[in-house]
Write a protein that binds this ligand. Structure first.
Ligand SMILES: [Mg+2]
Length: 205
């Protein structure tokens, strides 16, 4: 079968491919806006929306993130367990992959370099959705443009939107998606880790 007929799957970057939050906190000495912040307390990826930290602005939070991603230290950010092995296996049997990230192009060079280093020859393209900037694009729009019907994510609120628009979501378990309920959240399958992921052929159009 020609590779152009193989199913294309979208993969989120932060927390799905790379342990950004843990290493970002370490880089900033486990402080955000002058206060201690622990990984387990990250109930929202927009740190400025976590109770206690709401004095911080959106701009502060973006700079905090960008500074880390563009630092030398971020090159060593740990990859998410089993992600590479699972992607390689899925690629062998049927699937093709692209990264769709909320990151913006001000971290494009570092992002592409990271993916080339830790996930060589796995992704066909990287799409930057520039969340919280004037150029923000919805991940769903990118999925729609590319004909993608499955996305691997860690953000529950976003996943609910994709699922409502007909995309199958595989949700990686994280401290901030504990509100997931399989009875309510149809078309979202939660997994503990990458090694639990199976992609049903029924999701293929
Ligand atoms: Mg993420």
């Amino acid at each position: 079968m020609s590779s152009t007929h193989n199913t294309l799957i979208a993969v989120d970057m932060d927390e799905v491919l790379t342990e950004t939050a843990k290493w970002l906190l370490k880089f900033h000495d486990y402080k955000f806006f002058g206060k201690i912040l622990k990984y387990e307390w990250i109930t929202n990826y927009r740190f400025q929306e976590i109770p206690w930290y709401t004095d911080a602005s959106k701009e502060y939070a973006l700079t905090y993130f960008v500074e880390y991603i563009n630092s030398a230290e971020s090159k060593d950010t740990e990859i998410v367990l089993w992600a590479k092995e699972k992607l390689e296996n899925l690629k062998k049997i049927w699937y093709r992959f692209v990264v769709i990230t909320g990151r913006a192009i001000n971290v494009e060079t570092a992002t592409r370099a990271y993916l080339e280093k830790y996930y060589p020859n796995i992704f066909e393209e990287v799409y930057f959705c520039a969340y919280d900037t004037p150029n923000q694009k919805d991940k769903y729009t990118v999925c729609q443009e590319l004909g993608i019907t499955t996305i691997i994510e860690d953000h529950l609120a976003n996943s609910i939107k994709y699922a409502q628009q007909g995309i199958e979501v595989i949700l990686l378990d994280k401290p901030r998606n504990q509100d997931y309920n399989p009875q309510i959240h149809k078309h979202i399958t939660k997994v503990k880790s990458w090694d639990e992921i199976t992609i049903q052929k029924s999701t293929i159009k």
